[in-house]
Design a protein around this ligand. Structure first.
Ligand code: ATP
Length: 415
C-alpha cells in the first residue's frame, strides 16, 4: 500500500517536472505564430497580427487574428509552410503517463527516467487557414494519417464517392452535381488505386445503373480486373482501341442528345433515366489528337446525356489537359507532382509539388482546395465487390495481372 502511494506520488512528481521542463523557455503556439508572421514580414506600418480569440477544441486549437490593413489573406497562405515548420521546430521529450507507468521501481529508476527524457519525438503539428474578415489558424497536434482504409461506412450512396479525409472531415464527391473529374499525379502516388476505388464504389452502389467504359493505356493492368464485369461496355488498352471506343461513345452520346432534344427534355435526369456512363481514361497523355478531340466533346456535352468523364494523367501539361477539358471539369484530384508548372496545369496554381511524398496524399479541388488522404481499398475488398457481377464463365482476375498481348480493345456486350 505504502509502495503504491509512493510510486503514484513519484509519477505525479515526474509528470509535473516534465511538464514544467518542457514548457520552460518554450514559446506557446500563439507566440510562435506572431513571431513567424513578423519574421516573414507579415506586418503593415509596424503593426503585427493581433489575437482576437482562441478556442480549444478536441482536435485542434483555433487562433483568430485581426490582420493589419494592407495585408491580404493570400500572403499568409503563401507562407503556410513557414508556419508549419516554425510550429514544429523543436522535438519534445516523450514524457507521457504510459512511459511513466512502465517504470520498474525496483530497477535503476534514475536511468529509466533519464531515458524517458532523452527519447525525443518530433512534433507533427499541422495548420489550416481560413479568412472570413479575420484570419483563422487551426493548429492540429498531428498531421493526417498515412493510411485511410476504405470501409463501407464511408459510402453515402447515390453517385457519391469517398475522396478522402482532411484533418477534420471526410470528403465525398457527387458525380451527379459535378460530372467530370481530372486525376493527376506523378508515378506511384496513388492515381490508379484511386480509379479502382471509384469503379468499385460505383459497382457497389449502382450495379444496375452504371455502365463502364474503361480505357487503360498503361497496358490494361490496372483496370483489367473490371473488364469482365456485366457493367463494362468498352475496354481498351492501347491508343487505337481507345479511339475506336471513344468514337462509339461519341456516337451513342449524340443519339442520346438528339433523343432528348426531340422530346424537349434538357437532360437524362429530367427524363427519369437512371443509367450513367462512366468513361475512365488512364494515361490520357497517350491518346492521339482525334481521341483527345472526342474527350473534349464528352467533357463539353456529355453531362446532359449522362456521361461522366474521369481523366487521369501522370504528365499534366497544357497539351494533355487542353483548356477546354479543364474548363469543363470542376473536380480535380491531384497527387504529388514533380513541378510547379505541372501543378498549375491541373490546379491552376502551385502546391502539388509541395505535397509530402506520401502515397495517397492529394489535393482535392472543388471550389476550394482540400488536402486529403485518399481511401485505400484492398484487392480482396475489390474482388468481393465485383465478384457477383462478373460475367458467367469468367473469373475474378487479379490486379496487376499481365494481359496477353493479343487482347487489345474490344466492344463488350451492351447491357
Ligand atoms: N490511398 C492510398 N493510401 C496508401 N497507399 C496507397 C494509396 N494509394 C496507393 N497507395 C500505394 O501506392 C502504390 C502505387 O499506387 P498507384 O499504382 O495507384 O500509383 P500510380 O500513381 O497509379 O502510379 P503509376 O502511374 O506508376 O501506375 C500502391 O501499390 C499502394 O501500395
Amino acid at each position: 500500500m505504502l509502495f503504491e502511494i509512493l510510486s503514484t506520488a513519484s509519477m505525479g512528481l515526474i509528470a509535473g517536472s516534465a511538464y514544467y521542463l518542457q514548457n520552460k523557455n518554450s514559446l506557446n503556439d500563439h507566440d510562435k505564430i506572431i513571431k513567424i508572421a513578423d519574421a516573414a514580414g507579415l506586418k503593415a506600418g509596424g503593426e503585427s497580427i493581433r489575437i482576437f480569440r482562441k478556442v480549444r477544441r478536441e482536435e485542434y486549437t483555433e487562433y483568430v487574428y485581426k490582420i493589419p490593413l494592407g495585408l491580404s489573406f493570400k500572403q499568409f497562405e503563401d507562407n503556410k509552410q513557414l508556419f508549419i515548420d516554425g510550429l514544429n521546430n523543436k522535438s519534445q521529450s516523450d514524457v507521457n503517463l504510459a512511459n511513466i507507468k512502465n517504470i520498474n521501481w525496483k530497477g535503476d529508476v534514475m536511468e529509466q527516467i533519464k531515458n524517458i527524457f532523452n527519447n525525443r519525438v518530433m512534433l507533427d503539428k499541422h495548420i489550416e487557414m481560413e479568412y472570413d474578415g479575420m484570419l483563422k489558424m487551426r493548429v492540429y497536434e498531428r498531421g493526417l494519417d498515412e493510411m485511410y482504409p476504405y470501409n463501407e461506412d464511408l459510402l453515402k450512396g447515390g453517385w457519391n464517392v469517398p475522396i478522402g479525409c482532411t484533418l477534420n472531415e471526410h470528403i465525398t464527391h457527387d458525380f451527379e452535381s459535378r460530372p467530370h473529374m481530372i486525376v493527376a499525379g506523378a508515378t506511384g502516388f496513388g492515381k490508379s488505386e484511386f480509379l479502382k476505388l471509384i469503379v468499385s464504389v460505383m459497382i457497389k452502389q449502382q450495379p444496375d445503373n452504371v455502365r463502364l467504359h474503361l480505357i487503360d493505356l498503361k497496358g490494361g493492368n490496372e483496370l483489367g480486373p473490371f473488364k469482365d464485369l456485366k457493367q463494362c461496355v468498352n475496354f481498351a488498352r492501347e491508343p487505337k482501341g481507345a479511339k475506336k471506343a471513344l468514337e462509339e461513345i461519341q456516337e451513342d452520346m449524340n443519339k442520346k442528345l438528339d433523343d432528348l432534344f426531340e422530346k424537349g427534355i434538357k437532360d437524362v435526369k429530367r427524363a427519369g433515366q437512371k443509367e450513367r456512363d462512366f468513361v475512365f481514361i488512364d494515361e490520357a497523355a497517350d491518346l492521339d489528337d482525334d481521341s483527345r478531340d472526342i474527350v473534349v466533346d464528352i467533357a463539353r456535352r456529355g453531362r446532359s446525356a449522362g456521361y461522366r468523364l474521369i481523366y487521369a494523367t501522370q504528365y499534366p501539361t497544357n497539351e494533355t489537359l487542353p483548356s477546354q477539358v479543364r474548363a469543363n471539369i470542376g473536380a480535380r484530384v491531384c497527387f504529388r507532382l514533380e513541378t510547379n508548372t505541372q501543378s498549375r496545369a491541373v490546379l491552376d496554381e502551385g502546391g502539388a509539388e509541395e505535397l509530402p511524398e506520401i502515397e495517397g496524399r492529394a489535393i482535392f479541388r472543388r471550389v476550394k482546395n482540400y488536402i486529403v488522404q485518399t481511401p485505400y481499398i484492398e484487392e480482396t475488398e475489390i474482388n468481393e465487390i465485383i465478384k457477383p457481377h462478373i460475367k458467367e464463365g469468367k473469373d475474378v482476375c487479379h490486379t496487376n495481372v499481365k494481359q496477353s498481348s493479343g487482347a487489345n480493345s474490344f466492344k463488350l456486350e451492351t447491357l
